[in-house]
Design a protein around this ligand. Structure first.
Ligand code: SF4
Length: 445
């Protein structure tokens, strides 16, 4: 049965405390920084989508030059503090660290990145100076990672930016779509404020494209428009019973945790999560941490094909979540409108599909799990309706652009999840930088 307030305040605090705590002392940070080999042509830098000069910022830590270190990080990635907490580093910088080849622990790059960038946020170090205003005005749709990154890059060059954001806070996915034990709402707010502190960026909250604002109006009012409205609609399972009470989706579940507070979010006794991406993991682990007795994750392929990283899977396992591989939901079963069970089909792997992964094939065998809460986490869909109402070219709702973020409409650029359908925060930050570069070139700046 779905219940709110399953735990007391101390239990919530313990369950949602920082999963990757910072270095406790300066010495601890220096010991790790001094392990770095400061590689030439460093593979860690090459594997960072924003190209952070990792050996340089680590070297700066070894000499206690934290301002310099933060500048090195933030000049490549203005959300470097947040990315140090949410990046899947085991498949990016830390996964590429040469220590892996020697079968030794890689340099804890994310923890070191956090060490200097958190200081920059805490002390509000102004590491970038805005050029004098050049009179150009750009509208950015969305205050998520792509929009903020684009806005900051433009503001540095003297452009006046207005961000239109549909929510009441900035940060996008960071603020509304990631597990609370990775980034707190307060941290997200601090990071957004830090980015905006450069000046020249105004944010108008509660402004949704297609509702309070229209693309055609913005095109008239501004010298250029950058679209960074992300993705957000949960993919439906398209099976009977989705209307039953107790069936929800991971996006809404995580959004509620982020906005209402832990004790105000209902969770079941026996929760089933469908999917094995990062959002599925965040939903499953948080359901457990909210007090669910059992959480079972159901995924139609195997561990080899799962979209989440091994580190994410380990978090779910450590939290006590059960995993059922090679199973797909078939029917949601209910009584008096209330979910009571889920029937799943056993799958096997067939030939590779367009993603290159072996596709799941129905075996004909089924099984039933008792459940009072099913959380759908089978991916997110682009805002097809919204995009279809504009003259933007798109592919199944994803805005079509060239490599620089240029759309088919003159003066309109786009980047991040609304173009690629959903990637990591760090990819969105880089997209925002690319978009700003294209806009500056378009504006002859
Ligand atoms: Fe340092 Fe590892 Fe990067 Fe080499 S690959 S520079 S050792 S963090």
């Amino acid at each position: 049965m779905l219940e709110k307030k399953r735990l007391n305040t101390a239990e919530y605090d313990a369950n949602f405390s920082d999963i990757h705590p910072p270095f406790e002392t300066r010495d601890a940070a220096l010991v790790e920084a001094n392990r770095c080999l400061f590689c030439y042509d460093a593979p860690c830098t090459k594997s960072c989508p924003t190209g952070i000069n990792v050996p340089k910022f680590i070297k700066q830590i070894t000499t206690d030059n934290l301002k310099g270190s933060a500048h090195t990080i933030l000049s490549s990635n203005i959300m470097g503090a947040g990315c140090s907490k949410v990046c899947p580093v085991e498949k990016l910088c830390e996964g590429a660290c040469v220590f892996n080849l020697m079968e030794e622990a890689p340099i804890p790059i994310a923890k070191l990145q956090r060490y200097s960038t958190e200081k920059a946020l805490e002390q509000n170090w102004q590491l970038f100076q805005r050029k004098p205003s050049n009179g150009k005005r750009v509208a950015v749709i969305g205050a998520g990672p792509a929009g903020l990154s684009c806005a900051h890059s433009l503001a540095r060059e003297g452009v006046s930016v207005t961000i239109y954001e549909k929510e009441e806070k900035g940060g996008g996915l960071m603020t509304y779509g990631i597990a609370a034990y990775k980034v707190t709402p307060q941290f997200c707010e601090d990071e957004v404020n830090y980015i905006l502190s450069i000046g020249g960026i105004k944010v108008k909250y509660g402004q949704a494209l297609g509702k309070q604002i229209q693309l055609s109006d913005l095109q008239q009012q501004y010298d250029a428009v950058y679209l960074a409205f992300g993705v957000g609609l949960a993919r439906s399972l398209s099976i009977p019973g989705e209307e039953l009470s107790g069936v929800t989706d991971a996006i809404g579940f995580i959004y509620d945790i982020r906005t209402k507070g832990f004790s105000a979010v209902s969770v079941g006794d026996k929760v089933v999560v469908i999917g094995m991406g990062m959002t599925a993991i965040d939903a499953a682990t948080q359901a457990k941490r909210l007090g669910a007795k059992e959480v079972t994750m159901v995924y139609r392929r195997t561990e080899t094909e799962m979209p989440c990283t091994k580190a994410e899977l380990d978090i779910a396992k450590l939290d006590g979540c059960e995993i059922i591989w090679l199973a797909a939901p078939k029917t949601l079963i209910g009584k008096d409108g209330q979910l009571t069970a889920i029937e799943c089909e056993r799958m096997e792997l067939g030939a590779p599909d367009s993603s290159g992964r072996r596709s799941p094939v129905v075996t004909g065998e089924t099984f039933v799990l008792e459940t009072d809460m099913v959380i759908k986490a089978a991916g997110q869909m682009p805002y097809t309706d919204l995009v279809s109402k504009t003259s933007l070219q798109h592919k199944n709702g994803c805005v079509t652009t060239d490599a620089n973020g240029v759309t088919n409409l003159t003066g309109v650029f786009a980047g991040g999840d609304c173009v690629n359908g959903g990637k990591e925060v760090v990819d969105a930050v880089q997209a925002g930088k690319d978009g700003a570069k294209a806009i500056l070139s378009y504006l002859n700046l």
